[in-house]
Write a protein that binds this ligand. Structure first.
Ligand SMILES: Cc1ncc(C[n+]2csc(CCOP(=O)(O)OP(=O)(O)O)c2C)c(N)n1
Ligand SMILES: [Mg+2]
Length: 1085
């Protein structure tokens, strides 16, 4: 073994010493103290322990393991020699051991303490850096510099020392340094170190701060007996590897040019996963949610999830048949390597484990948070308090794990109280290439997994050709997860035998690598040979196995020809009884019995008597009590709280997530109240029922205190004793992850698990939601069509032009509307008893303007037999606007009350003019249709101008479009000029969505066409809004006066003229360029 590279040793050591010894002593000791000594070395002890005890390396109670310099040890020794009491007891024991043992034993005489300590540093270096010397690359192409620290010569050892015995003083520690052999030759120590750290597995774990966790791993890694699988187990492994390999080669011969993103080169993933799942099941896991991208997905589906092979094969067939059952909703479908499935898999240990593979889009890693959210929801609904029964497994590519930011966002959710799932196992199929990109061009870090170090997750790199090593780390990962309830990474270093897909030529870009790959035997070949050599299997055994697998594959292939796709499995157990878009589901009334309303209203408004909230919050809650008692003036926050409270009473789980949602960005919600004297917190919505489950109402991100045990709901996500964040026994943490993509993905996954949960995600300002665009585009707007999976996720996007600049005004309403799949030119069946309009569209977009309407639209999400995403343009300044109030009677279900119409009390898709107009109003000269907060401004302007001959209607539900109600209004005002008024720019807001639909509605009732729709709003613009307040105010005033002007509106869409104008802004003359207000245009004309 080439352990010694001594030639450079002396020079390097000299340099290192010079560097480390430079600077004043004071400086050095300061550094040492902070890095290494912490509070131990200089702590005075009463008395040194009388009898020296053996001290395992793992128990030395300061940062010995962090020390990189032998100078540190020399200083430590000097300190001990001058005063044994000046060092920690463990070090005292250590030194005394050496003095006694090393000098007293035959064969070790002459060993200096410094030698022993350097030896220990060498051991430590293997633990820290051994992975850099491990043989990870099956192709042998890796060029890694082995750190000097792994060279014994670096610590002053020479060839002559190899057979010297050394006392290492660390017995009674599990691992190779124990063995009750405190005296070992240097050769034996090095052999053990090389075996443990530099074989087919590279362990990275020394970055983990908790000593206990490092020791746990060290025990497993430094085991004196290297891993060994018995014959039976090896048979199983061989069989699994054979399935994995033959699956790909079979497909390669049968479907030569079909894209399948084969796993060739990484086939050991399949047996690895199976063994991981078996082990996890042994350790109590009952359900695993899996997310993965394209690579090897079909193999995983067939071999791990046991999706019928004939079904997989039939999906390759262009002419594959679908069951022709009437009323069956098939959606748009998706490519085969995106589809999900679920299966109850029997395990080797005789258990059954439920597996679900989440459907995912092409967007790499986007599914990660979705999987975690789904897992968390499973934990809630199965009362999995310690999070050991439901586990997430994510399979990544090397390129995407390093490159996609959502990986980092997802990792950072892993320890947050309302997002943690007790640890995710990450498996990286590290084929050392990403499409055509070499790792060196694709990332800046040594490993593609380095991102996980931020979390203190252990990382097991493994040579993908060594199947037993793969299995070993897969099992170890399962053990870690079940022991420490935190994330762990398995990095399977393999290769990609062919191109990125089956019709791709890898030699174009990676000729050298692929020349090696061409000659490289498969992992199956390697394993077969190993087992043949060991004599544990015979050629006949292998032949028999091979034939069996082949004949099953063949049989399934033949059967696939006649395979008819089965009825959609789109409703999992929790969704039984829910309707597909083709099956009619009536929307129920959402009004609530007045007594229940009052009761809930009081319980969510009255704070405990001894509670001392901030005076502003006190007033908020006093006002809420008044609202409930008088039944008048209920504001937005109250409407929302009542929606949540009444749903909770009905047994629904309510989860509100997003940045700062607890207080609310606009300080309106105050879902949790903080006692200003004690720091105690109180969440009124936790008290709508007696003994309410603490998580039933979840507002992220806060910790909860158990009402029963006073334990703190924190840390590992279970009830525990008050932790470091507790103040007077109370958890005071507030805040949330500053992520959009990750958190929204999480909530989406959460919402998809069980229809009994209403999950809401609120963006800080609506514009920030575009950081999560992939979730909107690839999942929320199209998930049901592609994968037949429903979700009732609610998205709250603060929206409205109030002069806060381009990034705080618009939630990009136009984008959500543009993604709507509703046909603008066809009026669907609108009869309430047959209407499937909402079921058939991909999502709902609303811009509610009253607290009561907001209350009903939230409740409507749960009072129907289907689920549909809901995008809410939510208000900012309406939260406190004096006229944006509702009476309690608008929330109840009492006949004759406001809001009660023919169908009962419900969400109003359109709010007609407030002036009590009759069914026919011939004298109205203009009908202004609008949506959102501009309504109130228009109404104020109308009152100011006494423009009673103008009617203003609010389109509260933009998508799907309320054709029936719009037509009702068109008929009501037969002589009115029809105006669409919005505060957004013309290329934004609802205009381009509204125009064709309004036109269709108008044509249908003979009220004109597109040219008859007058547009009042800002002209087209690149930025969503001006950054200048004065300009904003002028613009806003301009559009209001235009909408209310006495003469007909002449400007038509095609006639927007662009002019230059000057606008005064607080004394400064600002030239507003081309994008200026239409009103200004008009004035200047
Ligand atoms: C977000 C995103 N960007 C780009 C792509 C295009 N793309 C598909 S696969 C791939 C390479 C992925 O490399 P890696 O993660 O290493 O997985 P591998 O294919 O090697 O298994 C790329 C760039 C994509 N699907 N998603
Ligand atoms: Mg790759």
């Amino acid at each position: 073994m080439a352990w010694f590279r001594a030639s450079s040793y002396l020079g390097k050591l000299a340099i290192k010493r010079t560097v480390s010894q430079s600077g004043s002593y004071a400086e050095r000791s300061r550094i040492l103290r902070s890095r290494c000594f912490r509070s131990t070395v200089f702590n005075q002890r009463e008395k040194a322990s009388p009898v020296p005890r053996a001290v395992p390396l793992s128990r030395l109670s300061d940062n010995f393991l962090d020390a990189t310099s032998s100078v540190y040890l020399e200083e430590l020794q000097r300190a001990w020699e001058s005063d044994p009491n000046s060092v920690d007891e463990s070090w005292d024991n250590f030194f005394r051991n050496f003095v006694g043992e090393a000098s007293g034993r035959a064969g070790v005489s002459g060993q200096t303490i410094q030698e022993s300590m350097r030896l220990m540093l060498l051991v430590r270096d293997y633990q820290v850096n051994g992975h850099l010397k491990s043989k990870l690359d099956p192709l042998g192409l890796e060029e890694r510099e082995i750190p000097d620290e792994l060279d014994p010569a670096f610590y002053g050892f020479t060839d002559a020392d190899l057979d010297r015995e050394f006392f290492i003083g660390v017995w009674s520690m599990s691992g190779f340094l124990s063995e009750n052999r405190p005296v070992q030759t240097l050769r034996s120590i090095l052999t053990h170190l090389e075996q443990a750290y530099c074989g087919s597995i590279g362990y990275e774990y020394m970055h983990i701060e908790e000593r206990e966790k490092c020791n746990w791993l060290r025990e497993k890694i430094e085991t004196p007996i290297p891993m060994h699988y018995n014959k039976d187990r090896r048979f199983v492994i061989l069989d699994r590897l054979m399935w994995s390999t033959q699956f790909e080669s079979f497909l390669a011969t049968k479907m030569k040019t079909a894209k399948r993103f084969g796993l060739e080169g990484g086939e050991t993933l399949i047996p690895g996963m199976k063994e991981m799942f078996d082990r996890a099941a042994d350790l109590g896991v009952e359900c695993i949610v899996v997310g993965m991208s394209h690579r090897g997905r079909l193999n995983v589906l067939g071999n791990v999830f046991r999706k019928p092979l004939r079904q997989i094969f039939s999906e390759f067939d262009k002419n594959s048949k679908f069951e022709d059952e009437s009323g069956l909703y098939t959606g748009t479908g998706d490519v085969k390597y995106h589809l999900g499935t679920s299966y109850d898999r029997p395990t080797r240990g005789g258990k059954r484990i439920h597996l679900s593979l989440v459907a995912n889009p092409s967007h790499l890693e986007a599914v990660d948070p979705v999987v975690i959210g789904k897992t968390r929801a499973k934990q809630y609904f199965t009362n999995d308090l310690d999070r050991t029964k439901n586990m997430a497994v994510l399979i990544h590519g090397d390129g995407s794990f390093a490159g996609q930011g959502v990986v980092y966002e997802t990792l950072h959710l892993s320890a947050l109280p309302n997002y943690m799932t007790g640890g995710t196992i990450h498996i990286v199929v590290n084929n050392q290439v990403a499409f055509t990109t070499d790792p060196r061009s694709g990332r800046s870090s040594e490993y593609c997994t380095d991102v996980a170090k931020a979390l203190n997750a252990p990382i097991f790199h493994v040579n993908g050709d060594d199947i037993e090593a793969v299995i070993h780390v897969c099992e170890l990962a399962a053990q870690w997860r079940q022991t420490f309830h935190s994330d762990v990474v398995v990095d399977i270093v393999c290769y990609r035998r062919y191109g990125h897909n089956e019709i791709d030529e890898p030699f174009f870009t990676q000729p050298n690598m692929y020349r090696v790959i061409q000659k490289h035997p498969s992992s199956l070949e390697i394993y077969k040979n190993k087992l043949l050599e060991s004599g544990e299997v015979t050629e006949e055994d292998i032949e028999r196995m091979h034939k069996k697998v082949h004949s099953i594959l063949n049989e399934e292939f033949l059967n696939s020809k006649d395979y008819v796709q089965q009825r959609r499995d789109w409703l999992s157990t929790n969704w039984k009884g829910f309707k597909s878009p083709e099956q009619l589901s009536r929307i129920r009334n959402t009004g609530v019995n007045p007594e229940i309303l009052k009761k809930v209203g009081r319980s969510i408004s009255i704070l405990p008597e001894d509670f001392k909230p901030h005076r502003v919050v006190k007033k908020v809650y006093e006002d809420r009590v008044k609202m409930i008692e008088t039944g008048e003036g209920l504001d937005w926050a109250m409407g929302e709280a009542l929606a949540f409270g009444t749903l909770l009473v009905e047994g629904k789980h309510v989860r509100l997530s997003g940045q700062d949602v607890e207080r609310g960005t606009f300080s309106h919600r105050h879902a949790i109240v903080h006692d200003q004297e004690t720091g105690r917190i109180y969440c009124p919505l936790d008290h709508v029922m007696e003994n309410q489950n603490a998580e039933m109402f979840t507002v992220c991100n806060r910790y909860k205190i158990s009402p029963i045990s006073k334990l703190c709901y924190s840390d590992i996500g279970v009830w525990t004793y008050p932790c470091m964040w507790c103040l007077n026994g109370v958890h005071v943490n507030v805040g949330s992850s500053l992520s959009e993509f990750g958190v929204l993905g999480f909530e989406l996954g959460y919402s998809m698990e069980n229809p009994d949960a209403i999950v809401l995600w609120e963006a800080q300002f609506g514009d920030f939601s575009n950081g999560a665009q992939v979730i909107f585009d690839q999942f929320l707007s199209s998930g049901e069509a592609k994968w037949l999976r429903q979700t009732g996720l609610v998205i709250l996007l603060p929206h409205g032009y109030d002069g806060q600049g381009p990034e705080h005004s618009s939630a990009r309403l136009e984008r959500f509307l543009q993604m709507s799949d509703e046909d603008p030119y066809k009026i669907p069946e609108m009869d309430p008893t047959h209407r499937k309009q909402i079921q058939k569209c991909n999502w709902q977009v609303v811009n509610a303007t009253t607290p009561a309407n907001y209350f009903h639209v939230i409740r409507r999400q749960m009072h129907r037999e289907f689920r549909k995403p809901l995008i809410v343009m939510s208000p900012k300044n309406l939260l406190r606007y004096k006229f944006c109030k509702s009476n309690l009677s608008e929330f109840d279900d009492v006949q004759g009350h406001e809001g009660f119409d023919k169908q009962g009390t419900r969400f109003k898709r359109l709010i007609k003019d407030q002036n009590n107009h009759s069914d026919l109003e011939k004298g109205i000269r203009r009908l202004v249709l609008c949506s959102g907060k501009v309504y109130y401004e228009l109404d104020e302007e109308r009152q100011k101008l006494n423009a009673d001959d103008i009617a203003i209607c609010r389109v509260e539900q933009l998508c799907p479009f309320p054709f029936d109600l719009v037509q009702r209004e068109l008929k009501r005002y037969p002589n009115a000029e029809i105006v669409w008024c919005q505060e957004e720019s013309m290329n934004m807001g609802a205009y381009t969505y509204i125009a064709p639909r309004l036109c269709t509605a108008m044509k249908d009732v003979g009220r004109g066409s597109l040219e008859d729709i007058k547009y009042v709003g800002r002209p087209p613009s690149a930025a969503t809004a001006t950054g200048l307040l004065q300009v904003h105010q002028n613009e806003q005033a301009g559009l209001l006066s235009l909408a209310m002007q006495p003469e007909p509106i002449k400007l038509e869409r095609a006639e927007i003229r662009r002019v230059r104008s000057q606008v005064k802004v607080v004394g400064t003359v600002v030239t507003v360029g081309e994008a200026t207000m239409m009103t200004l245009t008009k004035e200047l004309c």
